[in-house]
Design a protein around this ligand. Structure first.
Ligand SMILES: [Zn+2]
Length: 214
């Protein structure tokens, strides 16, 4: 399902309404949380999508490579987690292109997805995303895991809001602090997966939703 906005351009905010959900992690890679999340995803055989900050990718290229190598989608989340609605056209393009290059360098794969920091899109984004052949993603719901409400609370919030096709926004990093602590989210993940499976959901990758959304 797409949110259509003539000014800012379309973004994908929900998948098909099947018993399938899409886990997404923003603001990494992060030395501790990304690693822990990858282990859980591997153990549970769950695909996920990671929208990475280019500056963090340059700092932890081996983590970005590990995420991509495990088959998860790696998307662009700007180079410095810039709020795009205040950015000039030039600054926006620079933010996308520098992160694009960093992700390609670290993973050996060309990123095909973009998510705007804080969801703040801009009229300039549409053209830049088209040129880089990106599909722009939003999310169906987040659970404010960055406020660190506790492992069980993060799990409970996800369980409460699950619905068919949901793109779930979680965080494996801090957009501004490469050493930010996201271990609550990492530690909530096994329970989140268990709850979703108990409710009859399976897990999809946003790579299934890539396409010509322009
Ligand atoms: Zn972010």
């Amino acid at each position: 399902m797409m949110g259509m906005d003539l000014f800012f351009g379309p973004s994908v905010e929900r998948g098909p309404r099947k018993q399938r959900i899409y886990l997404t992690f923003d603001d990494g890679p992060n030395e501790w949380a990304t690693d822990a999340i990858l282990e859980t995803l591997e153990r549970e055989r769950v695909p996920a999508s990671f929208f990475m900050v280019g500056d963090h990718v340059r700092r932890y290229p081996q983590l970005a490579r590990r995420v991509a190598g495990a088959g998860h989608l790696v998307g662009n989340h700007t180079h410095n987690h810039v709020k795009l609605h205040f950015a000039s056209r030039q600054r926006l393009r620079h933010q996308l292109e520098v992160a694009h290059t960093a992700i390609g360098w670290a993973t050996g794969q060309r990123p095909r997805a973009f998510r705007a920091p804080h969801g703040y899109r801009s009229p300039y984004l549409r053209a830049a995303a088209r040129e880089l052949a990106y599909t722009v993603f939003g999310w169906t719901f987040g659970v404010f895991d960055t406020a660190k409400p506790g492992v069980e609370e993060i799990r409970r919030r996800v369980r409460k809001r699950l619905r068919p096709g949901a793109i779930v926004l979680l965080h494996d990093g801090d957009g501004y602090d490469p050493e930010g602590d996201r271990m609550q989210t990492a530690n909530a993940l096994p329970g989140i997966i268990q709850d979703a499976r108990s409710a009859g959901y399976e897990f999809g990758s946003l790579s299934e939703l890539l396409g010509n959304h322009f």
